[in-house]
Every structure is written in C-alpha cells, then in structure tokens.
Design a protein around this ligand. Sequence first.
Ligand SMILES: Nc1ncnc2c1ncn2[C@@H]1O[C@H](COP(=O)(O)OP(=O)(O)OP(=O)(O)O)[C@@H](O)[C@H]1O
Ligand SMILES: [Mg+2]
Length: 351
Amino acid sequence: MKVRLENLAKQFGKILAVNNLNLTVRKNELLAVIGPSGCGKTTLLRLIAGLEAPDRGTIYLENKILFSKEKGIFVPPYRRKVGMVFQNYTLWPHMDIFHNIAYPLKIKRAKRNTVKREVERALSLVRLNHITKRYPHEISGGEQQRVALARALVMNPEILLLDEPLSNLDAKLREEMRFEIKRIQKETKLTVIYVTHDQNEAMAIADRIAVMRDGSLIQVDTPRKIYNYPKTEFVARFIGRTNLISCQVKEIGGKKVIELDGVVIKIDGIGDIPAGKRMFSIRPEDIKLTRKGEGGVGEIKSIIYLGNIVNYKLSIGSTDLEVQTTPAEVFEVGERVYLNICHATPVDQCP
Ligand SMILES: Nc1ncnc2c1ncn2[C@@H]1O[C@H](COP(=O)(O)OP(=O)(O)OP(=O)(O)O)[C@@H](O)[C@H]1O
Ligand SMILES: [Mg+2]
C-alpha cells in the first residue's frame, strides 16, 4: 500500500466534489482515474497533494497520516513527497528550461550542486538533457510537457499526480508520451495517479482504472476487468462501445439462453445468473454472426466496412444491436443471420 484514502469528502457549497471516497493505490502502481467532466477528479488530486483540505476522512502515505480531520493532522503540500502536473500547467516564460525545473528546489534553498545534480537527473528521466538553455517558447509542445513532468520529478516524489497531462498534445504525440510516462514510472518505481478523459489512454497504460462519477468511485479494476466485467451500466457505457439490453435469462436443456423480443439466443460466459429479467452489457465484438446455424435470427440493417473491421447494425424484433466482426465473411443489408453471443455481463442499472 502506498496511498490510502478513507472516507474522504470535500464539498464546495452544495456540490459534493468528493463523496465519501475509499481508495488504496499500491506501490509502483499506475492508477488511471476517469470520469465525466466535473465528477471530482482534479479535486481528488488536490486533496492528495494537500492543495485543498478535505472536510472529512483520512489520507495515508504508507503508514504516515498526511491528513486526518479527526486527529487534526494536515501535512503541508511541500512536505508530502507528492509531485503534480496540473491540467493547465504553465512553465515560467522568462526562465530557461534548467531554471524552470530547478525552481521547486530553489524555493527549498537546496545547495547549488544538489540543484544541478537533481535537475540533470530529472532531465535525463524525460530525455531532455540537450535543451537546458532554451526558453519555453523555443521548444515544442511535447517538450514543454516533458519539462512540466521533469519539474514534478525533480523533488524525488513518492507519488506522482498527473491531471490530464497530455490534453494539449496532438494524437500522435499523446501516444508517444503515454509510453514515456509508463517508462518513467517503471524506472523510478513511482506510484502514479493519472487523470484522463481519454479511455484509450487509461486502457493503454494503467495497471488499474478507477471510474468516477459525482464524487464517488463506481468501479476500480484492471483494464481487462473494467472492459469485460463492467459492474454498472454507466461503466459499460463509459469504456468502449456496448449494447445494453434488457432480456430474459432462461435455462433450456441445461444451457443458459437469453430471450430478446421472443427470439432465443445462445449465450456463453454469463456464469451463474439466475433465470429472470436482467440488464446485460454485450460488446459488439462478442456477437458472432453466421449464415448457417441455430438460435436467434436477426436482420442486417446497415453496414460500415472499415477494412480491418466491419460494423453492423442489426435488429431483432424492436431491439437494435451493434455488431463488430472481421471482414472474413461480409453480410449484406437485408440478410437474415444467426447470432451467437460469446460473452455478456449483467450490469446494475444505477449508477
Ligand atoms: N474551488 C472550487 N470552488 C467551487 N466549486 C469547485 C471548486 N473546485 C471544483 N469545484 C466544483 O467541484 C466539482 C468537481 O470539480 P473538479 O474540478 O474536481 O472536476 P473534474 O472531474 O476534474 O472535471 P474536468 O474533467 O472538467 O477537469 C465541479 O462541480 C466543480 O465545479
Ligand atoms: Mg479536472
């Protein structure tokens, strides 16, 4: 365990920005926090960094208490060993790169050779040793991003908090920087909490993903678990594309099936779901289509051919389904095809 949050809460007027939140982030773990705008992601990071005082709860770093309302403890930000890159970070325009990164050390009155050594260490972590004398306007957006990262790393933090650190970059650079952050995390064995809007980014680099909504954590799991076993409708919808359908679970001849608008569809991998009406999340790629077969029949309503994948809209009675297949076999609009569902997850409707 590295960071532990217990019953953490922060209210702004009537808004519960962080609502009784419990979370443990492990040593050397990269936890991505995702959720809609205004759900409390930045507030959560600011509470951990000590830039904001919680109304309730406790924050631990290992076994040390950083904040406790009950015990009246508040460790100030500069003594927390927490580095942060803000959502709208700014570099000092009148300082060269070296001095931008050295700034936090200078404030702490570090010795001259310590400053030099630590700045060089931070610069080599982000692979920017060659541009120390340039000014922020003389380097690219991606390089500026690295400087901001180096400035957070220069104090040797144990926890790195990143608030949408790549949102100013174009798609290609973002992808490059994602892997840089992952590399730095591995090299430094840092614990990283990484806030992002971008679900692909979260899937690509996180050890675990925390999905947040209205100040609460809805699900915290590995990317695979979040994708394959979303617990709620909200999580299923928020990560990836999915079909959310309400249907009857039945057992026919010892096998589980679902009934959708009177059509019986064979389904694998739903485990011990009791018979009855349930809401399911079914990913488009988990529906297999065949011309010959058994089970439920649907009609192809539309097709989008993308080369490596083919997307269909299908209807079964009054229910529409999205299906994604490989182009091995391409079906035509109007064709009637058999459906097999190889994976479905029951989801709670709220939240
Ligand atoms: N200092 C503040 N004073 C009043 N309300 C605030 C303050 N900071 C945040 N809030 C409110 O708290 C809620 C959570 O804000 P927060 O910035 O944590 O959201 P977020 O998840 O980071 O959103 P985004 O994805 O847009 O950055 C919002 O409703 C916001 O308006
Ligand atoms: Mg934010």
